[in-house]
Write a protein that binds this ligand. Sequence first.
Ligand code: MTE
Ligand code: MO
Length: 348
Amino acid sequence: MELSNKPYLTTRSINPENQETPIKFLKTETIPTTYFFRRNHFQYPTILNDNFFLPITGQVKMPIVFQYSQIVQMETTAIKCFLECAGNKRSKFNPPVFGEQWEEGAISQGEWKGISLSCLLEITGIAADAREVVFVGYDYGKQEDIEHHIPFARSLPLEKAIHPDTIIAYEYNGRPLTYKHGFPFRLIVPGWYGMASVKWLKKIILIDDTFKGPFQTDDYVYYPKLSDPYPVTMVNVNSLIQKPLDYEIIDEGVTLIEGIAWSGESEVTNVDISFNGQQWVDAILIGETLDKTNRWTKWKFHWNAPKGEHTIYCRASDSKGRKQPLEPMWNKKGYGYNAITKIRVKVK
Ligand code: MTE
Ligand code: MO
């Protein structure tokens, strides 16, 4: 029998194409493009000559249209970080919410190379009254309630936009970005949920007020039950159990439990395991612990598994003192699910 890794991705919707990564593939530091999850709001755009020009306009001292050939010759910045969709794990909310029913694989990680946006803004200059930076993609389509077609567009506050790790990426894992992941240019905003990392950049506009596009003020907003709405930004502390898998049947005796944990604008400092949700024991964090900001950490735990049915709980904590909560924060659009990770196994 020939073993195959196909299908590489699990399809949640065909048009637009939304596909998640089977979590058993999330085991290396850098995920090959073929296994990288895909999240699109519209059909893929057509790539034309125009796509190789990147205008920066609005509240700048001097508007400039940069060319691909210029940008790739400037000083490069390489960033290894994960990208997680804000809707990852949405299928776990109870009561259920509308939207793509992602399980746990709307996350991937790899090395992005490009130029810090701040380098380009140094060249254009920033006007004194600039407050936000708007990023417009080449893809467009119909959005509920709006008559005309609109592009995918998002903004960042100026401080986040000029952070040296916010880059205009043109390479992934040492190769040019692939078409489906934003070729020729995409924004990468490490530590923020994926919606911020706009693909197929068409233009960048500095504005002196706040951007009100539908992907800023309607989608990607938390609507909790009891408090006021607020925007989706930084990635919550979270984790996955990859071995055993949910509902796996395993043999009695010592077995390895393993997985990954991550947190935005922070790093994982601890992973605890429990078999009853009350007493917790430390798992072992694997690999370098230096500079894990915006990267996932692998962890493992040796378990002497007794016969019977068990629930395994996993709870990550980060350097900002955040911990996965027992209950998720339910919100109408189903973003940011990060309740304690749980699987069921049977030991025979
Ligand atoms: N950029 C454009 N132009 N269009 C999109 O639909 N989706 C965003 C973001 N950037 C999107 C986009 C969302 S919600 C996510 S989670 C990430 O891209 C997914 O990136 P990927 O498809 O490379 O995994
Ligand atoms: Mo997303």
